[in-house]
Design a protein around this ligand. Structure first.
Ligand SMILES: [Zn+2]
Length: 186
């Protein structure tokens, strides 16, 4: 009997408390405001975080100048940066693939919709060719509807393809410098 009451209260309260504290921790971590970070930020010989010329050493957790091959703790920063670059590279390729997949799916649906426009164009033309003696207006209206449907489809398709093409251009042109410029803003 008491089991029915207790879990309902526990479920309401516990996850909320946890999630708030987790969020706060995450916020402090992201903004480098956690107590352990304060001495690091005050060290004038270290670069400011986050910054385009700064990298956080994976070994000691302190900020170090990007131009240095080794952190002051001896950790090989060049290797760490390369690892981070490779991970980023994998991430953007994965994002591109996911985007392409989503757009392909939408394009496939759009092609079915495009087929709806086809009979509007073809049937009146057949009618005009084989059965109509004079130039009747009604079949021409149907043709116009068909062309409008197909025109809308073509425009929607173009708009759907744009982000994929932009993403592909980025994939074709990015370099390590692109990553370095974007890295600290991520
Ligand atoms: Zn270090």
């Amino acid at each position: 009997m008491s089991e029915g009451q207790l879990p309902s209260n526990v479920h309401m309260l516990k996850p909320r408390t946890m999630s708030l504290s987790d969020r706060l921790d995450q916020f402090l971590e992201e903004h480098a405001l956690a107590p352990s970070e304060i001495p690091v930020r005050r060290d004038p010989t270290r670069p400011k975080a986050p910054g385009i010329n700064a990298i956080r050493c994976a070994s000691c957790g302190q900020m170090e100048y990007l131009s240095r091959d080794h952190c002051r703790c001896g950790h090989y920063l060049r290797g760490q940066l390369e690892d981070e670059f490779l991970a980023w590279e994998g991430q953007i390729v994965e994002l591109h693939e996911r985007l392409t997949e989503t757009v392909q799916l939408k394009l496939r649906k759009l092609r079915y919709f495009n087929l709806i426009g086809l009979p509007f164009v073809v049937l009146p033309l057949l009618f005009l060719t084989f059965f109509s003696e004079g130039l009747s207006l009604t079949p021409m209206v149907w043709v116009a509807v068909g062309i409008a449907v197909m025109g809308i489809c073509a425009r929607v398709e173009q708009r759907l393809r744009e982000p994929v093409e932009a993403s592909q251009r980025f994939l074709d042109s990015y370099t390590l410098e692109t990553y370095l410029a974007e890295r600290w803003q991520l």
